[in-house]
Design a protein around this ligand. Structure first.
Ligand code: AQP
Length: 335
């Protein structure tokens, strides 16, 4: 069975609808027929210098949301990145194979460092994609389900994997593929539909948080920016109608109904009807999701047990891969 790996950063109290539709739903689908590993990438979150107590809390909250979204810890390996030290060990080897210029070209680094300035930007933010490559290559992962914003990092991972195989011999690492489901790969911000919905965007006004009061989510949907083009109407056209198209994408993803069918149903009726029914559909999804998350969060000891078990299984998979790569690099075995 092919190996799958993916993760999210515990950088906010709640994941958002973009994380859910772009990544988490794919994770759940893929765990059916693959050997899946899903981690909370807490080491990545250190790049934003979080408050320690908040990081601890958010790590558990993120894991609880994976479970609430349907990640099954019996079938998938659910763990916390820092519990498997092999991630950082492999990252060092990869950082010695990554060009400075190559890392400098990562658009996410360029965007985030431009906002933070030279002194506010850490070396950790710069090497973030190298650690991400280590996360993936450490498990011989074949497939990596992510949203569109991670495509460039995946390309870097593939380049590194090919470089290692060329330099140290075929089979040093597995070259992974990105798994990006086009329909939901980029959920846009509701108040700014040309920008992606993001944990760190726009004061959160156009973000649907999975753990927020569903009434607030409904309000954000009803206040969504729609399009001021002359061709008033409901149709899927991301170029001309980014706001409406984004609402249709979300509607389709949460109800499982086809985008064009939904568009036809609301065309000619005014945007208010579409927004109201979408708000209801999202609330209908959020309420049971939040109940499930609350159950997992009510028993942190049990949650920690699930994560400890996952870490043990992940380490057992990581060790032989790391030993193989160490050996190929010419590092002398300890015994
Ligand atoms: N808007 C989105 N639409 C579809 N997929 C998305 N993802 C994120 N935003 C969208 C996917 O969710 C996963 C989360 O990865 P992450 O925790 O590393 O966070 P990120 O990519 O940095 O996402 P955020 O939430 O938008 O945070 P910031 O504000 O820090 O950029 C990934 O698979 C991502 O593709």
């Amino acid at each position: 069975r092919p190996r799958i790996l993916s993760g999210m950063q515990p950088t906010s109290d709640s994941l958002h609808l973009g994380n859910y539709l772009g990544a988490l739903t794919q994770w759940v689908a893929l765990q059916e027929h693959n050997e899946a590993l899903y981690c909370v990438v807490d080491l990545h979150a250190l790049t934003v210098n979080p408050d320690p107590a908040a990081l601890r809390e958010r790590t558990r909250r993120t894991a609880a949301q994976y479970l609430a979204g349907g990640v099954d810890p019996e079938r998938s390996v659910l763990f916390v990145q820092s519990h498997v030290p092999e991630h950082t060990e492999l990252a060092w080897l990869l950082s010695c194979q990554t060009g400075f210029g190559e890392a400098s070209r990562m658009t996410q680094f360029k965007d985030k460092s431009a906002k933070q300035g030279t002194d506010g930007t850490t070396v950790g933010l710069f090497t973030y994609p190298v650690l991400m490559a280590a996360d993936i290559l450490l498990y011989d992962s074949a497939l990596v389900p992510v949203g569109e914003d991670q495509r460039q990092h995946l390309e870097l991972t593939r380049d590194l994997a090919e470089r290692l195989n060329a330099r140290f011999g075929e089979g040093t690492v597995v070259v992974p593929e990105a798994h990006i489901v086009k329909a939901t790969a980029k959920i846009q911000d509701l108040s700014e539909p040309t920008a992606k919905m993001s944990k760190s965007n726009n004061g959160g006004k156009g973000v649907v948080w999975l753990l927020e009061d569903p009434k607030k989510a409904a309000k954000a949907i009803k206040a969504a920016v729609t399009d001021a083009d002359e061709t008033y109407g409901v149709r899927y056209d991301p170029q001309a109608k980014p706001g409406i198209s984004n609402l249709l994408t979300i509607f389709s993803a949460v109800t499982g109904r086809d985008v064009d069918t939904i568009a036809a149903e609301y065309d000619g009726r005014g945007y208010g009807y579409l927004k109201k029914d979408l708000a209801d559909a999202v609330v209908e999804f959020l309420v049971p999701f939040q109940e499930r998350a609350a159950t997992y969060l009510a028993d942190p000891a049990q949650l920690d047990k699930v994560l400890a078990d996952g870490a043990q299984r992940a380490r057992a998979m990581a060790r032989p891969v790391l030993s193989r790569v160490y050996e190929r690099f010419g590092l002398l075995p300890a015994s």
